[in-house]
Every structure is written in structure tokens, then in C-alpha cells.
Design a binder for this molecule. Structure first.
Ligand SMILES: NC(=O)c1ccc[n+]([C@@H]2O[C@H](COP(=O)([O-])OP(=O)(O)OC[C@H]3O[C@@H](n4cnc5c(N)ncnc54)[C@H](O)[C@@H]3O)[C@@H](O)[C@H]2O)c1
Ligand SMILES: [Zn+2]
Length: 667
């Protein structure tokens, strides 16, 4: 019997460790928070009954995250804790009773939204942002200062009368609007969309390139202020002070005289949260008085002076009417469940994404099943289960389609992805239209008077089939289109004409080579002076360029070998579109570095990474992206990590500091 219990405890610990890893390190949880919390609670109860199986490493006693090898590790001066949580009011009342019992005096609470993102601790010294660190394992975290500095509502310097040294703690999160924007861009660039704002926010903070982090549009909210100086006596006041010094605090906090007021706040936001522009997963309740907080103290994992009341994802049952399939502009197929309309989380839901074939199989979905639909962290509702009791005898399992619903081409399934694609990228209607929409988009050829609707009309009227056709359009052809006025037709023609001045790198992005996003296009244009040069490059040569891996290289060569694409490029060139780099983007100053490869790592202080790479190129060298035997020089800034170690192991790579690099140029 005890053996069984010990095994049960150990299995639960192992399982929870794995989920922590999926959630914190991979940003890809495989179960819902509710399921996770239920397992954790089960373990907690078993451990309480069986103290003989105590283990300091148990997930019940430790914060779930970890430090990574990708950033410098920093030890927290003040530990970062987790929060006890629960899904019902009984537990909240229990918590209040314990608090009252310890304090034996009136207690005030602050109720706050529990923002669903990633926590951060930021150190300020003399009013300047000094260091930003993730929670990690609670004792030590990843130092991600450059990434946090890109977040626009986090002040780099503050004004007022504040302690010389203090920490603010807060949550970094993504608004739904910015989350949608990111996914739209990913779709345009041929990547899978991200799952939900929380994982995307957390993942964004771990990107190595802070310019890329900036593009994500992260937000912050500060919910704790820590210093050794006493500037206030309550948590509430501290936050108001923080606000006056320039920090963003939540607009929805409430000071509560008693638990009933807390409950009111919780009940209100359980409904109203759907109208916020961001995700919350519950309400945090804190004891307001700082001296009372001190008296209450901490358990191994959480403060006793705070607790979280979490919201359950709403779940409803409805009937599956049929499964249809959408073809995206990149050719990706998305199965969609069409549902009998049902009210869920404040909106009427008629459709739910089924993501891919594997998910349909895992659900074992049959025609006309009654399904459970949930709106959790994801924006789009998802089907989480089937009510087997209501399944009609003899109903058939859903069969995934074999051919493209738009053009009939047989679908392909990419090896390492669960998704099906229509490979007919040049003639499948949504893909043809998608490519033209991409071509005129702001970051490509920027023909802003030409909207997607007009492009669809032009395509239906058989006036355009690929970007080169735009340049043959006349005003007379545009005028008969629906809702087309003389003036807008004129603007479109002028916009098309003006796009001939758009530089090569943007054209490269615009022609829609799969996996060639903005950054890759820039790198390509830097390394290859014209489309001709690019055509002549082999896949091996392409992968020498930083940021270009095998998958991208193959996609580029395939694109540039296709006769239809070549014809389109010929025509674009004939119309005067820039298919060569302009002058002096790549002037060569010397050939000092000819045949030599460089890589920069760590925090650079004499120049930025972009400047450094440009210097290498201007002196005839090449930048590569990984440490290998092909690398000649590794230039290291402050806090260089794994790349330096690897270079030292290889042994043939010369390691330079920034000054030595400059000296090398001048030699
Ligand atoms: N689905 C999974 O596989 C999986 C795995 C691990 C963890 N989880 C989820 O994460 C939870 C554990 O994570 P945790 O330790 O970060 O606890 P938590 O997320 O439940 O609570 C602590 C965190 O809340 C955040 N927070 C947001 N608003 C706040 C506010 N106003 N005041 C204070 N803190 C605020 C802070 O970042 C803090 O670190 C689990 O209970 C589970 O729900 C899920
Ligand atoms: Zn198709």
C-alpha cells in the first residue's frame, strides 16, 4: 500500500516537472492550467498525508521555472515567489481565516487583475533602469535587460523622489491586438501562428535579438515595489508612488475593506474580463498593510499574504454541424468546425478551429457529434472533447480531405509539421491572391491604394494573376470595377508607378519566396547585388549568409528555378522594378578580410552588431551565424557565453575583443 502511494507521489512529481518544462522553458504547455492545478493539488494532498516522502525538489515546494543557458544568470536579491491559487470561494475564505487568525486585527485587501504573461524583476539605481531579470527558479533568473528595454511602457529613466535603489516586479504581457498582428505577419511570411498571448509574450522575452523583441509590441504592468527604504506603509500607496514615478500600474485595482468586496470584484471581472484588451487568468488578493505582510511571511513557495483566485475557462456543449476546410494565403489548410451557434464567454460562437488532422484524430471526432467548446488562453474557441453519450449509432468518423477544396490539387503534409498544404502555390486562387496582397503590402512594395478587395476583384476579372500584371494595368481597366472612382483609380496607377523606386531588398521580400521574411530579404540583398547573382547562388552558398538555414536556401533556389517565377521576374525588370541593389549600399573599403569569416557575441559596447557586421562586409569579410570550424574570428563583448566556450573547444578560432577587432581593420 505505502509502496503504491510512494509510486503515485513520484509519478505525479515527474509528470508535473515535465509540464513545468513544457510551460516555462518551451512555452508550449500540453495541458490546461486547470488540469495542471488539479494534478498539483492532488500531489499536495498526498504529500500532506505522507510527510515521510518529503522531497525539497517537489513541484509543490518550488517555483516551476528555470534559468536557461542563453542569457547571463543573475541571483535575485529578494526571492521571487509563486502564488497559491484556487478556483473557488471556499478556499479564499479559508485563506482569509488563516490570515485573520495570525494577525488578530482588522485587515484590508487589495484586489488586482492577474495578468497572464511572464513575470519580471527590474532593478533601478539612481533612477536608471539597471537590470531586468526573469523569475527563473525563483532564486536565480535570466538577465534579459536589452529585451526589456524595448518595451515602451517601461521607463528607462524616472523622475521624482524615490529610493536610490529599488526593484519593481511586474508582468510582461501581450495585448490581443498585438498578438493578432504578430500572427498576421507570421502567416504572411509562411510560419505557423502562435498559440496564445501568454506563451508568445514569454517566448518573446527569450529571443536573442532585441530588435526582434521590439517588433512584438509587448506591454508591462507593475504590481510590486521593493526597497529597503520605507516610503509607504501599504502596498496600495507604494503602487501609487510607483505610478507617480512613471511606472504603469493596473487601472483596475480595488482597495477592499473586507472579503465580500473582494468577492464582488472577482465576480465582476469573471464576466467583464472578456472585454479587456488582454488576457487575465484570475484575480490576485493581497493584504494591504506592509507590516501585516511581514508578519505573515512566506511558505517555501508563496507569500502567505497573497493568494490567487483563478477563473475556470468557460465550457459549453453544442452540436458539430460539419467540418469545412480553409485554404490560407500560404496554402496551409485549416479544418474548421462549424457549430450550432452557442453563447460562450460573452460572444456567440459558430466556429472553432480544429488546427490539423492529428487533433481531429485525437478527439476521435464523428459527424454530428456533441462537442465541448472552451475559450481558454486561446482567442479562437477550441473543441476540448466529445460527449460520447450523445453520439448517434453508426455515425462516421470525420475523414480529412485529400484534395485542395479550392483547386483540387492533392494536398501534401510536411514531414515535421502536422499541417497539410496545397502545393499549387502559383495557381491555387487564395494563394495567388495572397501573393499579390503580400506584394503590395506596406513593408514590401507599399502600394497602399491597392487594397485586398480590389486585388480580389482584379483577379476575378482576370486582369491580374501575379505581381508583374499590376504594371500593365490601365485606368480604363480599373474604372468598371465595383466602387471604383476616377480619383482612386488614378491613385492606384500612380502608386504602382511609384513602387518602381522601392529598393531591391523590399522587392525581394515582396515577391513572396516562402520563408523569406523582411530580415532574411535584407540579408540576401546585402550579400547578393542583384536577382541575377541570387539566381546563380547555390544552396550551399546561401546558407553561408547569416540567418539563412537549409530550409530557406532550398525554398529560394526552388523559387528561382521555376520558369513561371523567372518569367515574372523578367517582366518586373522590364517594367523598371528594382531587381538590383542601388549604389553604395555595399561600397567596399578594402579587402583586408577577404576569405575570412566573423561572428560577434556578447554585449558589444564600441559598436552595435549591425555596424560591426557592416564593417566586416565593407572590408571584404563574411558574417556567419554559428560557431563551427569554418569560423575564423569570434569577436566577444561583455558576458559572452556558450559561443565563446564552443570556440575555445574547437581551438582553431581566433578570439578577439572589440578593440582588437578595430585594430585588425586598421592594420
Ligand atoms: N498548463 C501547464 O502545463 C502548466 C505548467 C506549469 C504551470 N502552469 C500554470 O502556471 C501556474 C503556476 O505558475 P506561477 O508559479 O507563475 O503561479 P501563478 O501564475 O499562478 O501566479 C504567480 C504569478 O502571477 C503573476 N501575476 C500576474 N498578475 C499579478 C499581480 N497583480 N500580482 C502578483 N502577481 C501577478 C506573476 O507573474 C506571478 O509570478 C500553475 O498554477 C498553472 O496554472 C501551467
Ligand atoms: Zn489549392
Amino acid at each position: 500500500m505505502t509502496e503504491n502511494i510512494q509510486k503515485k507521489i513520484e509519478d505525479l512529481r515527474a509528470e508535473l516537472h515535465q509540464h513545468n518544462f513544457n510551460y516555462y522553458t518551451l512555452d508550449g504547455p500540453t495541458i490546461s492550467d486547470f488540469e495542471f492545478d488539479t494534478l498539483l493539488k492532488e500531489l499536495q494532498e498526498l504529500e500532506a498525508k505522507h510527510p515521510e516522502f518529503y522531497d525539497a525538489n517537489s513541484p509543490t515546494l518550488r517555483v516551476g521555472g528555470a534559468v536557461t543557458k542563453n542569457f547571463p544568470t543573475v541571483t535575485h536579491q529578494f526571492r521571487m515567489y509563486s502564488l497559491d491559487n484556487s478556483y473557488d470561494f471556499d478556499d479564499l475564505e479559508e485563506w482569509e481565516k488563516r490570515v485573520q487568525k495570525t494577525l488578530d486585527e482588522p485587515v484590508e485587501f487589495v484586489a488586482e487583475l492577474k495578468y497572464d504573461g511572464a513575470s519580471i524583476s527590474i532593478l533601478y539605481e539612481h533612477g536608471l533602469l539597471k537590470e531586468a531579470v526573469t523569475r527563473g527558479d525563483g532564486f536565480r533568473g535570466d538577465e534579459i535587460t536589452p529585451n526589456v528595454k524595448t518595451i515602451s511602457d517601461i521607463p528607462l529613466q524616472i523622475k521624482g523622489d524615490f529610493p536610490d535603489k529599488f526593484y519593481v516586479r511586474g508582468e510582461i504581457y501581450l495585448t490581443r491586438k498585438n498578438f493578432d498582428k504578430i500572427n498576421k505577419r507570421r502567416e504572411e511570411e509562411g510560419f505557423d501562428p502562435f498559440m496564445n498571448p501568454r506563451n508568445t509574450a514569454s517566448g518573446s522575452l527569450k529571443i536573442q535579438d532585441s530588435a526582434e523583441v521590439r517588433k512584438r509590441g509587448l506591454s508591462s504592468v507593475i504590481y510590486q515595489f521593493i526597497s529597503t527604504e520605507n516610503t509607504a506603509t501599504t502596498h496600495w500607496e507604494l503602487l501609487q508612488q510607483a505610478k507617480s514615478w512613471g511606472f504603469r500600474i493596473s487601472e483596475q485595482m480595488k482597495l477592499c475593506k473586507n472579503l465580500d468586496e473582494v468577492k464582488e470584484f472577482i465576480t465582476f471581472w469573471d464576466i467583464e474580463r472578456h472585454r479587456l484588451g488582454f488576457d487575465i487568468d484570475g484575480i490576485v488578493v493581497k493584504v494591504n498593510s506592509l507590516s501585516q505582510q511581514k508578519q505573515l511571511g512566506f511558505t517555501a513557495k508563496s507569500p502567505r499574504w497573497a493568494t490567487a483566485h483563478k477563473f475556470k475557462a468557460e465550457k459549453v456543449e453544442t452540436e458539430l454541424q460539419k467540418v469545412t476546410y480553409q485554404v490560407g494565403r500560404t496554402g496551409a489548410i485549416t479544418p474548421v468546425a462549424n457549430l450550432k451557434p452557442v453563447l460562450l464567454a460573452g460572444t456567440v460562437v459558430k466556429r472553432a478551429s480544429l488546427h490539423n488532422e492529428d487533433i481531429i484524430a485525437k478527439l476521435d471526432l464523428h459527424e454530428h457529434d456533441f462537442v465541448f467548446v472552451e475559450k481558454g488562453g486561446e482567442i479562437i474557441p477550441k473543441i476540448v472533447g466529445v460527449n460520447h453519450d450523445k453520439r448517434e449509432a453508426g455515425s462516421l468518423p470525420i475523414q480529412y480531405i485529400k484534395n485542395c477544396p479550392e483547386c483540387g490539387t492533392e494536398l501534401v503534409k510536411v514531414e515535421d509539421q502536422a499541417i497539410h498544404f496545397c502545393p499549387n502555390d502559383l495557381h491555387c486562387p487564395p494563394q495567388v491572391v495572397g501573393r499579390m496582397i503580400h506584394y503590395v503590402s506596406r513593408k514590401a512594395l507599399n502600394i497602399d491604394n491597392l487594397g485586398s478587395e480590389t486585388i480580389e476583384q482584379l483577379y476575378r476579372a482576370k486582369l491580374v494573376e501575379n505581381p508583374a500584371d499590376f504594371y500593365a494595368l490601365t485606368k480604363e481597366q480599373l474604372l468598371p470595377l465595383e466602387r471604383m472612382a476616377e480619383r482612386s483609380a488614378q491613385n492606384i496607377i500612380e502608386g504602382i508607378e511609384k513602387s518602381k523606386e522601392i529598393p531591391f531588398e523590399k522587392v525581394l521580400y515582396g515577391i513572396g519566396i516562402k520563408h523569406v521574411g523582411e530580415t532574411v530579404a535584407k540579408k540576401l540583398a546585402k550579400n547578393f547585388q542583384s536577382i541575377e547573382e541570387l539566381k546563380n547562388a547555390t544552396a550551399d552558398e546561401l546558407v553561408q549568409v547569416e540567418d539563412i538555414g537549409g530550409k530557406i536556401a532550398i525554398s529560394i533556389t526552388a523559387f528561382l528555378q521555376n520558369p513561371e517565377n523567372l518569367l515574372m521576374l523578367e517582366r518586373l525588370k522590364a517594367y523598371g522594378v528594382q531587381l538590383e541593389a542601388g549604389e553604395n549600399t555595399n561600397e567596399v573599403l578594402s579587402n583586408t578580410f577577404e576569405g575570412k569569416t566573423f561572428l560577434f557575441t556578447g554585449k558589444l559596447s564600441l559598436f552595435t552588431r549591425d555596424e560591426a557586421e557592416e564593417m566586416v562586409e565593407k572590408h571584404g569579410g563574411k558574417n556567419i551565424s554559428a560557431v563551427s570550424k569554418n569560423l575564423n574570428y569570434l569577436v566577444v563583448g561583455e558576458k559572452a557565453g556558450s559561443k565563446l566556450k564552443k570556440a575555445q573547444e574547437i581551438g582553431t578560432i581566433e578570439v578577439l575583443d572589440e578593440q582588437q577587432f578595430l585594430d585588425l581593420i586598421n592594420k
